[in-house]
Write a protein that binds this ligand. Structure first.
Ligand SMILES: Nc1ncnc2c1ncn2[C@@H]1O[C@H](COP(=O)(O)OP(=O)(O)O)[C@@H](O)[C@H]1O
Ligand SMILES: Cc1ncc(COP(=O)(O)O)c(C=O)c1O
Length: 270
């Protein structure tokens, strides 16, 4: 038999809820064969309020991993997550171009939830100018969309729509801005824009502090749907159902963090 194959170029979250761990768990939940190129190791400090310490992988090591996967095996779709340097951002963009990976899901990770830490603010420009233009779909959260669009803080759905147009103009074929629990709205609202039309994706807003890994899991679910041959808009709707179930069944790991439940849809349904 064969399985659709997906690649994630992303960081390791030692606590297991976000990053490459979220991506691979999510691929597995969808019956997709997952592969990874690790870009940075993130360790959370239990003795310092769970602050995030980052240990970047050097770009040559990232390229070697990509060579294994892209030259040695091949993939149907790919996604990016946390990328710690401009050189690694350029490496990911080059791989997309060189290998015609025209189904690239770009999650422009700049902030980590929990501590709400901005991890690599200096990389916003490279994510905007180098990676966004080669995206099949780019999936910023509210803060990241403010950076990519140059609009700064976004607080309304109208502003999200405006930002989506600006990000589309950068070259991304499709844009998904996640309102999440940062938007002043009773529901969890995301704005999807394909260059012609907006879709407003709205789900109940779940009253929980445990949403660690939500963005990674959402973009990985979109990637998995694309790998199955689903078109991009339907992939986003399917992934929204997946992430809502994962958040509804999220749980506490310790006093600092609670991840979404990647296996929730399979075990507990919508
Ligand atoms: N409390 C919540 N209840 C329901 N959906 C949520 C909640 N928080 C976030 N979401 C949804 O989870 C997905 C990921 O969004 P978000 O958490 O903002 O991403 P990120 O992890 O990149 O910051 C989006 O669809 C968002 O609307
Ligand atoms: C490696 C890695 N990638 C991405 C993220 C972003 O996580 P989220 O999906 O909660 O935005 C984190 C947060 O800790 C992380 O450690």
């Amino acid at each position: 038999m064969t399985l659709p194959k997906a690649l994630t170029i992303a960081g390791s979250d030692s606590s297991g809820g976000a990053g490459i761990q979220a991506d691979l768990k999510t691929f597995q939940e969808h019956g997709i064969y997952g592969m990874s190129a690790l870009t940075v190791v993130v360790a959370m400090n239990p003795h310092n309020n769970w602050s995030h310490d980052t240990y970047p992988i050097d770009a040559d090591t990232v390229r070697a991993q990509l060579s294994t996967i892209l030259e040695g095996i091949g993939v149907d779709v790919m996604k990016t997550g946390m990328l710690p340097t401009v050189e690694i951002i350029e490496t990911a963009a080059k791989a997309i171009k060189d290998y015609n990976l025209n189904q690239a899901v770009i999650d422009p990770v700049m902030v980590c939830k929990g501590a709400d830490e901005v991890i690599y603010p200096e990389l916003a420009e490279a994510l905007r100018d180098v990676l966004t233009p080669v995206a099949k779909i780019v999936t910023p959260n509210l803060w990241e969309a403010g950076q990519l669009s140059g609009m700064g803080a976004l607080t309304t759905i109208e502003q999200m729509k405006e930002a989506a147009v600006k990000i589309h103009e950068l070259g991304a074929q499709n844009v998904l801005i996640k309102g999440g629990n940062k938007l002043d709205h009773e529901n969890a609202v995301d704005v999807f824009f394909d260059g012609n039309k907006y879709d407003i994706l709205e789900s109940e807003r779940i009253d929980t502090p445990y949403t660690h890994g939500a963005g990674c899991t959402y973009s990985a679910a979109i990637t998995a749907q694309l790998a199955k041959g689903v078109d991009v808009k339907d992939a986003v709707y399917e992934a929204k159902r997946f992430i809502t179930s994962a958040i509804r069944n999220s749980f506490k790991l310790n006093q600092y963090v609670g991840p979404v439940n990647h296996g929730a849809q399979r075990f507990y349904g919508e």
